[in-house]
Design a protein around this ligand. Structure first.
Ligand code: ASP
Length: 400
């Protein structure tokens, strides 16, 4: 019975995706793209609900998970496996991007105009490390700063273990909060098909064929790279290092992947990935509660792959040769840039400026791809979220 309901909700998600594309194309084709905006509030309400639930869900699931680990050394082991796997797949992703861009040269023949792109200041690495440590717990929660929240939850979790039997009430409260918040997440998931309509119809209507065609080759090469990362890197990882079959994994993660695709936000997909991996794949709360929020913040394979492809694309459009040593620099800065990007729409394009600057390319090159960023962001975010869940499955196996 429960299985049937789940299948029905997945079908509904696909149906609303399909309807969104049809409605978006019709509105675009009939010159009524502006009417698509009428659907946007549905999407905004949905994203607001998901964001609302994110902080209590992450905080409570991590406290419950960490306070269940009696050996603190286990925590260190989990951190090392997670970060190692994150770094390897991210570097592989940039390399895939670079290789495909070298082979297909999507930037050759693109005319560079006189567009100006105003790049944002990008904080340096030290600043980012320092910012993990909050000076105010409430402020960290209010700003939904994921790294700070993970830090706070780990501290509280360890302190509960060490203070035992004294912290028992706090652990019980976290457990109850987790149960209640999980139920609310379940309710929010029921309205996902409506959220998809609100997010997807305006996107399809705004990206007609005349916007996409001039950069069609870049879009194709990018999605080929996404297919390789998902179809080869992730399949091998899942088969060799986890206990899950492909069908099992994708069956469980699909709703989160679709939300990532339509919302272009890893953060927005986080509550659903947490829920699906815990309930369907039976990952432990400490592993999923640690790996997924951390991944949504620092592990972005789709973003890294984008940095590789688009940097070379811009170089090709400007007719600038990028030597092999410079491409190695792109692997390093692309990996770091993807760590620094937030799990929100468009973040990949903002950090692209650091990668361009690292190899002396004009920042204004970003203007060449700004018009199609949403289309690339959908694939980036889908991949980012999938990579996080694969890592969670692998870490879960290692920890058992
Ligand atoms: N939108 C992406 C995410 O939320 C970040 C990016 O722009 O690459 O994961």
């Amino acid at each position: 019975m429960q299985k049937q309901a789940k299948a029905k909700s997945t079908i509904l998600i696909f149906v609303s995706l399909f309807i969104s594309v049809i409605v978006g194309v019709i509105l675009q084709g009939s010159g009524n793209a502006a009417a698509a905006e009428l659907f946007r509030p549905l999407g905004t309400i949905y994203i607001n609900l998901v964001k609302m639930i994110m902080v209590p869900l992450v905080l409570s699931s991590l406290i419950v998970g960490i306070s269940g680990i009696t050996d603190v050394k286990q925590l260190g082991k989990m951190g090392i496996i997670t970060v190692t796997y994150f770094s390897v797949t991210t570097a592989v992703a940039v390399i895939i991007g670079l290789v495909l861009s070298n082979i297909f040269k999507p930037g050759i023949g693109i005319t560079v105009g006189s567009e100006i792109y105003n790049a944002n200041e990008f904080p340096d690495i030290m600043e980012q490390i320092v910012s993990i440590f909050p000076d105010n717990i409430l402020e960290a929660l209010l700003n939904a700063n994921m790294l700070q929240i993970i830090f706070i939850a780990i501290l509280i979790g360890i302190a509960i273990v060490k203070a035992a039997p004294k912290g028992e009430l706090l652990r019980k409260i976290a457990e109850d909060v987790f149960e209640v918040v999980s139920l609310i997440t379940k309710w929010i998931m029921i309205v996902t098909p409506l959220g998809i309509l609100g997010l997807m119809i305006p996107t399809v209507a705004a990206n007609g064929i005349n916007v996409l065609l001039p950069l069609g080759k870049l879009i194709l090469v990018f999605y080929l790279a996404i297919a390789i990362q998902n179809g080869i890197t992730y399949t091998i990882s899942l088969k060799c290092f986890s206990n899950f079959k492909l069908k099992e994994f994708y069956g469980a993660l699909l709703p989160a992947q679709i939300i990532a695709f339509v919302s272009c936000s890893s953060a927005a997909a986080l509550p659903v990935s947490l829920k699906r991996t815990q309930e369907e794949l039976k990952l432990s709360t400490e592993v999923s509660g640690f790996v997924l929020p951390l991944g949504a913040t620092i592990n972005m394979d789709g973003n890294a792959l984008y940095q590789g492809i688009v940097t070379l694309f811009i170089a090709q459009a400007y007719g600038i040769e990028i030597s092999i040593p410079l491409q190695v620099i792109i692997i390093l800065t692309g990996t770091l840039a993807s760590i620094g990007a937030a799990g929100v729409p468009g973040a990949g394009m903002i950090v692209l400026s650091t990668v361009l600057a690292s190899v002396g390319l004009p920042i204004d090159g970003i203007a060449l791809v700004a018009g199609i960023d949403r289309i690339l962001d959908m694939g980036r975010t889908y991949t980012n979220v999938t990579g996080d869940a694969i890592t969670a499955c692998i870490v879960d196996k290692q920890m058992k």
